[in-house]
Design a binder for this molecule. Sequence first.
Ligand code: SIN
Length: 287
Amino acid sequence: MALKLRKLSYALGAEVCGVDVSQPMSEAFFGEIYDAFLDNGILLFRDQKITREQHIDFSRRFGELDRHDALPRDRHPDYPEILLVTNEPKPDGSPSDSRYTGRQWHSDMSFTLVPSLGSLLRGITIPDVGGDTVFANMYLAYESLSDGMKNMIADLHGIQLSGTRKINSEASGVPRAEEQKKLNPPVAQPVVRVHPETGRKALYLGDKVKRFDGLTEPESKPLIDYLNQHATRFEHIYRHQWRQDDIVVWDNRCTMHLALGDFDETQRRHMERTTVLGTPSGYVVND
Ligand code: SIN
């Protein structure tokens, strides 16, 4: 059976039509899916009414799964391979720790020494409107820079911090930010990253980077801001409007993403993510 794809935007993404990810799949057929993943940066599978076990099994086709030791508070208590991204209150009624997960441009696990290859996010409860996720094609972001800028950033490393800006600035989130800092010391990652499978260069930055290694924050900020703004221009992005039972798979090595908080927070948004381990990258810095 040939894979049927539908482009999601000019910049990136394709919907895989007519595939049930819970069904057995030959190596050859999965190979076609994996090639489409490398070519498009994001794949969307609609109407996947699957169990957690099936989510994990399909994710394992992409590689070994992270057990989320870097984010222990957000993993599912019975399924360490599943990370919760939810605003459903905890059983004791207190707010969910992961209600603001992803509310800044980032690539998953960039703040660790083994950043993720890719992630598979399942939309389980979706607000009536909003709660979209936006993705940026970081190959395009890099390739559309001038040669002068490419030369200037060639050897830079961005220091990636864990935790989100919103959490850091919220009184209720301070202990979590401190916990994250202890668990995940700052890691410097190359600003220009060579994709280990395609060999293409991609920009590797986002809102977790506050400065470049060897430069101060005020020195770094204008360039970080410019590159992030450039990367997230309309021409470089795809905005995904979730439907229940969507699975979106993205390649963290050539995309970054942002979960929008543009929804009525009295409504529920519950997503579950598996995270595929990547290859080692970066080094720890004292910051
Ligand atoms: C994430 O950053 O992994 C979550 C994205 C989302 O909830 O839309």
